[in-house]
Design a protein around this ligand. Structure first.
Ligand code: 6PG
Length: 243
């Protein structure tokens, strides 16, 4: 693996499985310094986490103590039932939490059965109890779309313009329906943010984020510059091609 300088955080370049192992190692390091019994890890959606879950289960990569002592959630969610194949938490549940026997009381989905505003508010209250005032996740995993969105912060969406200082919110994303998501303020309140971007399809987006002009409204992943000291990007050679 090698590292590339950036003002968006550490950028580690390597093969897919090396990066997955690095993602686990970074999470374990955070867990070692976390408040006992209060370790909060947010996963995310997309094809990369799906491959990561499969790898974690097949290679038994997550130590038992980490699984037992972690509270799991997702950084963002579609406003659909957990049984939907569109549900980020539902997918994590089926592919990771169930096979690893994560205790039920350590599984914290967004409250998607409620209208979106109430769902975001209920999640804020749950996280306040779990994480404490002004804190979001100990570790937040993210991906990045070809349009440079991260979590459910899509280009030109309202929470990018103004999140009201809230850690979590809901918004309608044109063409994609309602989304619940960590906000820019929430991202700055995480202990560590790990962004995984794999494949040639991410090369142009990574170039825009890291080498393009500053324009976080159109290039949402650039919001991570404001907490770059706590951000690690895990990217493969194809994604790093234009850095
Ligand atoms: C989602 C994610 C989204 C995702 C990116 C990258 O719910 O889909 O939160 O931000 O991480 O779109 O997805 P891939 O892993 O499929 O490239």
């Amino acid at each position: 693996m090698r590292e590339i300088p950036s003002d968006c955080g550490r950028v580690i370049v390597g093969g897919k499985e090396e990066l997955f192992a690095q993602a686990v190692a970074l999470t374990e390091a955070q867990h070692r310094v976390a408040r006992p019994g209060r370790f909060l890890w947010a996963l995310t959606g997309g094809s990369t986490p799906a491959a990561f879950y499969q790898w974690c289960v097949a290679s038994r990569a997550l130590p038992d103590a980490l699984v037992r002592e972690t509270h799991f959630t997702v950084s963002d969610e579609r406003h659909v039932l957990l049984s939907s194949p569109e549900s980020n938490f539902g997918n994590a549940e089926r592919a990771l939490f169930a096979p690893l026997n994560v205790p039920d009381e350590h599984r914290h989905p967004w409250m998607v059965a409620w209208p979106v505003v109430e769902a975001a508010e209920a999640y804020r209250k749950t996280l306040l109890l779990l994480a404490g005032p002004g804190r979001a996740y100990d570790v937040c995993f993210l991906g990045m779309g070809d349009d440079c969105h991260t979590a459910s912060l899509f280009p030109c969406t309202p929470l990018l313009r103004d999140d009201g200082g809230l850690l979590f919110g809901g918004q309608e994303v044109p063409g994609k329906g309602w989304r619940l998501t960590i906000t820019p303020t929430g991202l700055r309140a995480c202990g560590l943010v790990v962004v995984m971007a794999l494949g040639a399809g991410k090369a142009e987006a990574l170039h825009r984020v890291m080498r393009g002009p500053s324009d976080p409204l159109n290039v949402p992943s650039q919001i991570l510059k404001s907490c770059a000291d706590r951000v690690v990007w895990l990217v493969d050679e194809a994604a790093a091609a234009r850095l």
